[in-house]
Design a protein around this ligand. Structure first.
Ligand code: AMP
Ligand code: MG
Length: 329
């Protein structure tokens, strides 16, 4: 597989010799902060009466819209099954049974780029709530981030000091930029790109650099994201969706929005995108029977850890890093 090198090679020994680097004080501090973040997330959703559900690791289909990354596969008794890239399809299944759910979901994405914020294996905290709007779920996302920062500051003072991280609890509500406003910020910084996709990695990083606090970008273009995002009929060509962006160049933290749940519309999107519905039999069966409308998001645990700890790359923000193109324990 081909991948593009973005981050320098000097830190790679840290990953290749993880059985040694894990013994350092620094690694110990990061893992302790990560443990607190996981506890904090569970307390947060417990208080808000979300039900935690176990993840699916493999299935006949997984989220195909992972921006160029490939899904890994296994032979499941004669049928090709895919390793989860995201739980979106299963989340839509779950909210036909439970009202508000979250999942600590391991994801495998064979990313084609090695950057400071992409792993090939990461843990996504995947959240979904039936009959909720994009605005409502954005409030959940910003409160989750604020609470995780606050708990880490409260319970991991020594670790954050050792890591040299100075951080404040971000005040909610977070600022909202429209996608068009974000494009303007990026263009004013000298970036030129196609406006029908999400912001390119480097442009988004530069935009994030302009901010001191986390912020939202809302209303991405129709074809820039997965087929399961809902179009905004008041603003055709735009989705009812958002990204939450960390400040200081840390970049994307969360993607989410309202979901398309109507069989005919999803089928039409498959046709327009020349996608084969073959793998998705159970999903289309389910849409035909009917599921509630919902909104949700996913936040990468390692990106959140990286931000809270102030780490140069995401590689340090996980016990056993799997970095594109690097063979490691
Ligand atoms: P997505 O819906 O594809 O944007 O994924 C949801 C969230 O998962 C992102 O906002 C990130 O926090 C996290 N994420 C996605 N891909 C990766 C990756 N390759 N490495 C680490 N975290 C990721
Ligand atoms: Mg995203």
């Amino acid at each position: 597989m081909k991948w593009k090198l973005i981050v320098g090679t000097e830190a790679l020994d840290f990953i290749r010799y993880r059985h040694l680097s894990i013994r350092t004080e620094r690694s110990r501090a990061v893992l302790k902060v990560q443990s607190e973040i996981m506890s904090s997330i569970r307390r947060f959703f417990g208080k808000q009466k979300f039900t935690e559900v176990k993840p699916a690791i493999i299935g006949p289909a997984t989220d195909p819209d992972v921006r160029g990354a490939e899904a890994a596969s296994i032979d499941f008794y004669g049928v090709k099954y895919l390793l989860t890239t995201s739980m979106i399809l299963y989340k839509q299944m779950l909210i036909s049974s439970l009202d508000k759910i979250y999942i600590f979901s391991p994801c495998i994405r064979l990313e084609k780029k090695r950057t400071d914020r992409h792993l090939a294996e990461f843990l996504q905290v995947d959240v979904e709530a039936a009959h909720r709007s994009c605005d409502e779920i954005m409030k959940v996302a910003e409160s989750l981030l604020a609470v995780a920062v606050s708990d880490a500051l409260k319970h991991c003072r020594e670790e954050l000091q050792l890591l040299g991280r100075k951080l404040k609890v971000p005040k909610t509500p977070f600022k909202k930029l429209t996608f068009k406003e974000a494009i303007k910020v990026a263009m004013d910084l000298g970036f030129d790109f196609d406006h029908t996709s999400e912001l390119p990695f480097e442009a988004e990083k530069a935009v994030s650099m302009q901010f001191k606090r986390p912020f939202f970008i809302v209303g991405y273009p129709l074809d820039s994201r997965g087929f399961y995002y809902k179009e905004n009929h008041e603003k055709p060509g735009e989705l009812i969706d958002f990204d939450l962006i960390f400040p200081q160049g840390f970049g994307e933290a969360v993607s989410g929005g309202e979901r398309e749940h109507k069989h005919a519309i999803v089928m039409r999107k498959f046709k327009d995108r020349r996608m084969d519905p073959g793998r998705y039999k159970w999903y289309f069966d389910m849409l035909k029977i009917g599921i509630p409308p919902s909104a949700g998001f996913g936040i990468g645990l390692e990106r959140l850890t990286r931000y809270i700890c102030g780490l140069e790359t995401i590689w340090e923000a996980t016990p056993f890093p799997k970095v594109p193109g690097v063979h490691s324990p």
